[in-house]
Design a protein around this ligand. Sequence first.
Ligand SMILES: Nc1ncnc2c1ncn2[C@@H]1O[C@H](COP(=O)(O)OP(=O)(O)OP(=O)(O)O)[C@@H](O)[C@H]1O
Length: 291
Amino acid sequence: MTDEQLPVRADALGKKYPRGWALRECALEVPAGRVVALVGPNGAGKSTFMGLVTGLLRPTTGRIEVFGDTPNGRGMHPAVSYLTQQKPLYPQITVAETLRFGRNSNPGWDQAYAEELVARASVPLTAKVGTLSGGQRTRVALAVALGKRPRMLMLDEPLADLDPLAREVVLRTLLTECRDQGITVLLSSHVLAELEGVCDHLVLLSEGRIQLAGDVTALLDGHVLLVGPLGVPCPAPPASVVDVQTVDGAQVVHAVAHPMPPQHGWRSLRPRLGQLTLAYMRSGGSAEVAA
Ligand SMILES: Nc1ncnc2c1ncn2[C@@H]1O[C@H](COP(=O)(O)OP(=O)(O)OP(=O)(O)O)[C@@H](O)[C@H]1O
């Protein structure tokens, strides 16, 4: 894939604030056409990474390229839309005026597409933005973000103020749309369970460093969830163990997949993405990670 097609490439990327490093030695590619989840505990560096992609922040070390260009701080790459929890909507104006604003500020604006997205959300164009529900406001903000016809949509917790049902509806609708249109999505979220079946690529940040990254299927294939009785040694080699917990009187072990001898009483299961991510977040990343 040429650099112009690759949404993001970061190499030895670091960002230092006066208080210390927010991001260190990040080498990362965001593959095209994928839904990439950017996860990690509070303060891990997720928003900082997105800020570097937008060009609003400048790297302290290393380099970052967005569709082959180096962000220069003079506005975001035209192929990128960015939506945060603070959605850029004005409550006093109508939905139609909001779309007009989008049209006036974006050269590649697709008015028919933006209107169609609003109609699909059953939001009247004549309604004032301030009278809409949180879910409807989010759908309008997404229509503005997608009306720009981006090649990559970056979402920094934009659904955090929605109830779980509205989150589910908006997320599924959005991701179906992005998949249909071939738009790369970089999605930051704390709700690990909702990423299950939604993202196909994962980047886990911890204290500013990449702790785990890769294709979700490969990551799940490369790990096992072992469940066994207390007091019976786990069959996984110690260096491969990511995390051990006691749950309902059993040992629950996440480990990097290795050939291992059968061990009486132990079951080997496929981990779920949310559980595996949480296991890495608890561990601080000491295990020998699969290729
Ligand atoms: N403008 C800033 N000035 C100084 N330090 C900052 C600034 N922005 C972020 N930081 C620090 O950088 C680190 C990473 O913050 P960042 O907001 O990127 O993390 P995050 O993973 O997005 O966190 P959260 O999940 O809480 O939103 C934190 O220690 C934070 O305090």
